[in-house]
Design a protein around this ligand. Structure first.
Ligand code: P70
Length: 463
C-alpha cells in the first residue's frame, strides 16, 4: 500500500533471504597491519579483511531471484541482443528516454556525453561536483561550476532539498561567460557529495524553464533517481499521493539526456547507460560508444547483465523496496544522532555521512581528518567507510592547489538488500567508540599521490 507508507510506521524488508555470504570479524592487531599496508586508504584494503563493508553502494547490492533468472536469459549475441531491446524499452517506459546506449558503468556514459557536448573553454554548471563526472568534463576542456544552494555546504542545515540549484548562481554564470559557453547544466538527483540530498520537483521544473530560456540542455545524473523520488513523495507538497514510478518518470521527462551508473538504484553488479531523446545526439553517441565501449547494442555490457538491469529498474521503483531502503539508512543515522555523533542532516538517501571536521576537531583540514577517521573506524571495528572530503576534492586543474571543501565527511554507505538492522547496530556502536577516543586519532600526510582521482590509490602515513 503505497500511500499508507508516508505515515511513520515500522517497516520491514520486502524480501526473505535465500542465500548468504559468510563474513568474518578480524582482530585489531590484524587490522592495524592491514590499514598500514593499505596506506591508510580504505580503497586499498582487501575485502577479506573487512567485516561490514560500507565503502559504497555501487555494484554491492544483492540481486533478486528474478534478476538472477535474468542472468540465465542472457542473449550473448554480438549484435542486436534481445536483452538490449528489453533494456531500451524499460528505460523508455520508466525513465522516458527514447534512446539508450549501454556502457560499462556510469563513467563510461559521462565520458561519451562530455566528449560530444563539451568544447574547450566551456563551463559546465552542476549541483555540486561528482569526482568522475567533473573529471570527464575537465578532460573534454570544460570547467565545472558549482551552482548548488549554499545550504548544501552546511552539514547542520535542515533544508529538505539540499540538492536544489541556486538560479542566482546560474544567472551570474551566464552574465560572466555567456549562455553559448554553457553546453548543459548537469543536474544530479540525490546529490552524492552533498550527503545524498534530494532536489525538489519544483526546482527541476524551474531548471527546465531556465534552460529552455537560454537554449541550454539538461543532463541528468540519474544514478539514484528513485531515492530522490522517495524524498519528493515524503517531503514535497502535492506529491504524497503519487507513486515512486510516477515521480521518477516526471523527473526524467524534465531532462534531455541522462547518465546512469546502474550499479546503484537498479542493483546490478556492473553496468550503466547514456540515454536521450534527440536522435542526432543518439547518432553521435553511437559513433563514440563503438570506439570506447562496444557495439551500440551492448556498449560495455554482457547480454545477461542488461537483462538483470532491466528487471532491476522495475524493482527499484517499488514503494516497499524504497521505503525499506531509506528506512535502513535512517535507522543508522538516527542511532548515531541519538548518541550525539555529528552527521549530515537531514539523513541522506544512500548513506550516513559523518562530519569529520567536528568529530576530529583537533585536526586541521590539511591533515585530512576524514581520511584519518575512515582509517580509525576500520581499525576499531572492521567497518569500511569512505573519505569524502579534501582528498576526494583533489586539486584545482589550473593552479594545482588542493581544494579545501567545506564538507569534510566520512561516508557510511549502505548497500541495497545486503545488511540487516543488527549490522547497523554494530556499526553505530563502533562509531560511538571511535568518537569517545577521537583525540587519539592522528592526522595523515600524503606519501603517494596519483595524478587523477587520487582518492582511489593515494597512500598516507600518520603524522
Ligand atoms: C560511489 C560510486 C559513482 C557515481 C555516482 C554519481 C552520482 C556517477 C558515478 C560514476 C563509485 C565511486 C566513484 C567515484 C569515486 C568513489 C566511488 N559512485 N555519478 O561509491 O559511476 O562508478 O558506475 O562509473 O555516485 O558513490 P560509476
Amino acid at each position: 500500500m503505497e500511500n499508507s507508507g508516508t505515515k511513520k510506521r515500522a517497516w520491514a524488508e520486502p524480501f526473505k533471504i535465500k542465500m548468504v555470504e559468510l563474513i568474518e570479524m578480524t582482530t585489531r592487531e590484524h587490522r592495524l597491519e592491514c590499514i598500514k599496508e593499505a596506506g591508510y586508504n580504505t580503497f586499498l584494503l582487501k575485502s577479506k579483511d573487512v567485516y561490514i563493508d560500507l565503502l559504497t553502494d555501487s555494484g554491492t547490492g544483492a540481486m533478486s531471484d528474478r534478476q538472477w533468472s535474468g542472468i540465465m536469459m542472457g542473449d550473448e549475441s554480438y549484435a542486436g541482443s534481445r536483452n538490449f531491446y528489453h533494456l531500451r524499452d524499460t528505460v523508455e517506459k520508466y525513465y522516458s528516454y527514447k534512446h539508450t546506449v549501454p556502457t560499462h558503468q556510469g563513467r563510461g556514459a559521462e565520458h561519451i556525453i562530455s566528449k560530444i557536448l563539451v568544447k574547450k573553454g566551456d563551463y559546465v554548471p552542476g549541483n555540486m561536483y561528482f569526482t568522475t563526472t567533473r573529471l570527464h568534463q575537465e578532460l573534454a576542456g570544460g570547467t565545472f561550476v558549482d551552482v548548488i544552494i549554499d545550504e548544501a555546504h552546511d552539514v547542520a542545515n535542515l533544508h529538505p532539498f539540499k540538492g536544489n540549484i541556486d538560479f542566482d548562481k546560474l544567472d551570474a554564470l551566464v552574465k560572466k561567460v555567456g549562455a553559448e559557453k554553457i553546453p548543459y547544466v548537469c543536474v544530479a538527483t540525490a546529490v552524492n557529495m552533498a550527503g545524498g540530498q534530494p532536489i525538489s520537483m519544483e526546482n527541476m521544473k524551474q531548471l527546465r524553464e531556465w534552460c529552455d530560456k537560454h537554449k541550454i540542455l539538461v543532463v541528468h545524473d540519474m544514478t539514484r533517481v528513485s531515492e530522490n523520488a522517495f524524498f519528493i513523495k515524503t517531503r514535497e507538497a502535492g506529491y504524497e499521493n503519487k507513486t515512486i514510478a510516477e515521480i521518477v518518470y516526471e523527473i526524467c521527462a524534465l531532462t534531455d539526456v541522462a547518465t546512469m551508473s546502474a550499479k546503484k538504484d537498479p542493483m546490478v553488479n556492473i553496468g550503466g547507460f547514456l540515454a536521450m531523446n534527440d536522435p542526432k545526439l543518439y547518432d553521435k553517441a553511437c559513433n563514440l560508444v563503438v570506439v570506447y565501449e562496444g557495439l551500440h547494442t551492448y556498449g560495455g555490457m554482457a547480454g545477461r547483465d542488461m537483462e538483470a538491469l532491466a528487471i532491476g529498474i522495475v524493482e527499484s521503483i517499488q514503494w516497499d523496496h524504497i521505503r525499506a531502503r531509506e528506512g535502513q539508512v535512517e535507522y543508522l543515522g538516527q542511532r548515531l544522532m541519538d548518541a550525539g555523533i555529528p552527521i549530515v542532516q537531514p539523513i541522506g538517501g544512500h548513506a550516513v555521512f559523518l562530519d569529520a571536521r567536528t568529530m576530529l576537531s583537533h585536526l586541521p583540514q590539511e591533515h585530512f581528518p576524514a581520511q584519518a577517521l575512515a582509517a580509525a573506524i576500520y581499525l576499531q571495528s572492521g567497518v569500511r567507510s569512505m573519505e569524502r572530503g579534501a582528498v576526494s576534492a583533489g586539486r584545482n586543474k589550473e593552479t594545482g592547489e588542493n581544494y579545501m571543501p567545506k564538507l569534510e565527511l566520512v561516508r557510511l554507505t549502505i548497500p541495497r538488500r545486503v545488511y540487516t538492522q543488527a549490522h547497523m547496530d554494530v556499526t553505530a556502536e563502533a562509531i560511538i567508540d571511535v568518537a569517545a577516543e577521537a583525540k587519539s586519532v592522528k592526522g595523515l600526510k600524503l606519501v603517494y599521490e596519483p595524478e587523477l582521482l587520487r582518492f582511489f590509490q593515494g597512500r598516507f602515513e600518520e603524522l
